[in-house]
Design a protein around this ligand. Structure first.
Ligand code: ADP
Length: 437
């Protein structure tokens, strides 16, 4: 197009000069031809200059306008620059989105270049590895994460599994760190906080170890007695009876342990229990009768009811929680002691309490009493048939009822275990008339 137009103008000027020559003579027609060629040259030089200046800042809005041959050139330039701008905007929007996604990731992401220097990192990785985006970009990652386990992982070049790092940047977080090669030379460094997971696994491991230990002792006792019975078929009746009695006690202990474990697992499974209208006064009396049964007359048991209010909750669970407190009071109170079951309202909250004048617990043990298998006096707990799970069950049941277990105790003087229920679980006495339990 450009060539055609210029060639047409040149031919036009030559044709005009030839046409004028017979009329105005050679000189004038040559002057007209030269003038036309100069004008054409000027037009091109002028536009070339505008193009050169526009190229210093080539935006679509400043593309020069012209006519003739340069009009087509400029309009094509305009279209090209506009299309380019559009695809650039699209690309940078896509890039922004990827960066924003990387920034928002709940896991740490660091981009490493071919020399393991940090190119980019997201806020979570900064938090995990103690990085500073301003200072640490361009730094070698091994200078910043100096743990030997990481250095070894980086150099082995086997990144199929993550490496577990503890005490990174002086924090007690446990990190799972994995390198993922990409783009033939670069690497992604992914960091994940697994502190909670590790804790759960430790608790789980300890729990399995505890359960095995708890079961091993009675099993060893039963196994030993059985062996003796097999080896000594003509053992005297009294010894045989006493050994059978001890075996029976041990199997009872295992049974209680299994029952408590099943109760805990049911409570932990989170399945909602049925909601009953529980007559707390009647429940306190049932528990007092049970306490007397357990005590076999060795303690003085009394019930102190200061409210007729009831409770909204699962009867079986509440019975089990209060029953555990009562059984503990009987087991940890020496003969002649007093056990008091109390039900009252305090600021609208329902409070069920079991008070005893027993052995009591030193203050430092109190926060740990609800841990599974935590016992202050292991021997006493076992000899009185304890599983070490009673208060863990009580705490779970309290939590399922949005209630709180409060403990106060003094060594040698006695203890008070209280379960405080929120006001919205307390029922007016007349509401109990509708209840079945
Ligand atoms: P256990 O089966 O050993 O009684 P629990 O979880 O019911 O397990 O109680 C945990 C520990 O708390 C007990 O081993 C005991 O040392 C202490 N404890 C619980 N109740 C009382 C109490 N009323 N008086 C003194 N110590 C208690």
């Amino acid at each position: 197009m450009f060539w055609w137009r210029t060639a047409a103008l040149l031919l036009g000027a030559i044709f005009l000069a030839l046409l004028l020559q017979p009329i105005v003579g050679w000189r004038i027609s040559l002057a007209v031809l030269s003038g036309s060629l100069l004008a054409l040259l000027g037009y091109h030089l002028y536009n070339l200059d505008r193009l050169g200046r526009w190229l210093n800042d080539p935006t679509p809005d400043t593309v020069p306008e012209s006519y003739g041959a340069w009009e087509g050139v400029y309009s094509r330039l305009y279209r090209m620059v506009r299309a380019q701008g559009k695809s650039q905007r699209k690309l940078s929007a896509a890039l922004d989105r990827f960066v924003a996604a990387g920034e928002a990731m709940p896991e740490g992401v660091v981009v490493l270049d071919s020399n393991d220097r940090i190119e980019w990192c997201n806020p979570r990785s900064m938090q995990h590895l103690g990085l500073d985006r301003k200072k640490d970009l361009g730094q070698h990652v091994a200078y910043l994460v100096r743990l030997p386990a990481f250095q070894h992982y980086l150099t082995t070049q086997d990144y199929s599994q993550p490496v577990i790092l503890r005490n990174v940047a002086g924090s007690d977080t446990i990190l799972s760190v994995q390198l993922v090669p990409f783009d033939s030379t670069r690497k992604l460094l992914l960091t994940r906080d697994i502190t909670q997971l590790e804790r759960v696994q430790t608790v789980h491991r300890d729990f399995v170890a505890n359960v095995s230990h708890e079961l091993r002792t009675p099993l060893t006792v039963v196994g030993g007695f059985l062996e003796t019975l097999i080896d000594m078929p003509d053992m005297d009746l009294a010894t045989r009876q006493s050994q059978l009695k001890m075996m029976f006690d041990q199997t009872g202990r295992m049974q209680r342990l299994v029952e408590d474990l099943l109760t805990l697992s049911r409570l932990e499974s989170g399945a909602e229990g049925r909601e009953d209208r529980v007559d707390a006064v009647q429940l306190a009396q049932v528990l007092a009768a049970e306490a007397e049964g357990l005590s076999k007359g060795r303690h003085q048991v009394c019930v102190e009811v200061l409210s007729e209010a009831g409770l909204r909750g699962n009867y079986d669970e509440l019975h089990s929680a209060f029953g555990n407190l009562v059984s503990n009071a009987v087991r940890y109170t020496p003969e002649g002691g007093q056990i008091r079951l109390k039900w009252r309202l305090e600021d609208g909250c329902g409070v069920f309490a079991v008070e005893d004048t027993g052995l009591g617990v030193e203050a430092q043990h109190i926060p740990r009493l609800t841990e599974r298998f935590y016992r202050v006096d292991r021997g006493r707990s076992r000899s009185t048939g304890g599983t070490g799970l009673g208060l863990a069950i009580v705490k779970h049941i309290a939590q399922r009822h949005q209630a709180k277990l409060e403990v106060s105790s003094e060594l040698g003087k006695g203890s008070c275990f209280r379960i405080r229920f929120p006001a919205n679980r307390v029922l007016e006495p007349q509401e109990l008339l509708l209840s079945s339990k």
